[in-house]
Design a protein around this ligand. Structure first.
Ligand SMILES: NC(=O)c1ccc[n+]([C@@H]2O[C@H](COP(=O)([O-])OP(=O)(O)OC[C@H]3O[C@@H](n4cnc5c(N)ncnc54)[C@H](OP(=O)(O)O)[C@@H]3O)[C@@H](O)[C@H]2O)c1
Length: 247
């Protein structure tokens, strides 16, 4: 992928991995629009990164996704890259989760419904561009489900599957589909401190940018690259070991 000269929407771009990628796209000479729910966080990201554009939206809401897609195309008609990065992670075992369904279903709405809906809303526009891309941020847990985040892992596995199918369908178009597969990265995903043992976000984002430039369609890092390329047998062993199951 050519890193310069693009117009890029990064969902969830005011923090963590999204912000780190947004900063690097900006530095590479692309126009970058970030969105998220927290207006103060968006403003802080814009102040710290002159040139960044912001749009507030709650991507769990269908109406906000439709409004976002309309505003971004109207205000930034050169838009040629969608980065579906926004996500949340709810921690806990499935049968212990007594939260109301409205809270539980939000994880599915943000991690799965939103990226698919945004891809659907923006694809007709992206297909008018000579070069365009949909980048989906999934997770190493798309390959190894874990009991501590069962629904999260399921949404990411679904996004891995969707990315593959969409890539095949769009192979004869100007739109490429790239999947970024983070390992544990040190951000506040799921709450402060839960990912402190992850790789530093700058290290991860630098590695991703280098590989985006080489036209790879699936980009992991460290452990998640291992998961991505493991055989079925290796995955089965890892799955049992990481979930504390007896051999
Ligand atoms: N960190 C890791 O270890 C790790 C590993 C694998 C995959 N990932 C994936 O990487 C992506 C980025 O996560 P991160 O680690 O950078 O965590 P993060 O810092 O918490 O970033 C998540 C972003 O998503 C936004 N967001 C959440 N709900 C939203 C909603 N309803 N509408 C709009 N924006 C929303 C948040 O902004 P607001 O709260 O302001 O809305 C936030 O900026 C996620 O898809 C995550 O699943 C992360």
């Amino acid at each position: 992928m050519e890193l310069a000269g693009n117009t890029i929407l990064v969902t969830g771009g005011a923090s963590g991995i999204g912000l780190a990628l947004a900063q690097r796209f900006l530095a590479s000479g692309s126009d970058v629009i970030i969105c998220g729910r927290d207006g103060d966080r968006l403003e802080a990201a814009r102040s710290a990164n002159p040139g960044l554009h912001i749009l507030q939206a709650d991507l769990a809401r269908q109406a906000d996704r439709e409004r976002l897609a309309r505003s971004v195309v109207d205000a930034y008609p050169n838009l040629n890259i969608l980065v579906n990065n926004a996500g949340i992670q709810r921690r806990g075992r499935f049968r212990d989760d007594a939260a109301p369904w409205a809270d539980r279903s939000a994880e599915i709405a943000i991690n799965l419904e939103a990226p698919i809906h945004l891809a659907s809303l923006l694809l007709p526009h992206l297909e008018t561009k000579l070069r365009a891309c949909i980048i989906n941020v999934t997770s190493g847990l798309a390959f190894i489900p874990m009991v501590f985040a069962p629904v999260y892992a399921a949404t990411k596995a679904a996004m891995h599957s969707f990315s593959q199918a969409l890539r095949a369908e769009l192979a004869d178009s100007s739109v490429t589909v790239v999947e970024i597969i983070p390992p544990a990265v040190k951000t506040d995903l799921g709450g402060a401190g839960l990912h402190d043992d992850g790789v530093p976000v700058d290290e991860f984002a630098d590695a991703v940018m280098a590989r985006l430039a080489t036209e790879e369609s699936e980009i992991g890092h460290g452990m998640s690259d291992h998961f991505r390329t493991a055989t079925r047998d290796q995955l089965a062993t890892l799955y049992r070991r990481l979930n504390g199951m007896k051999d």
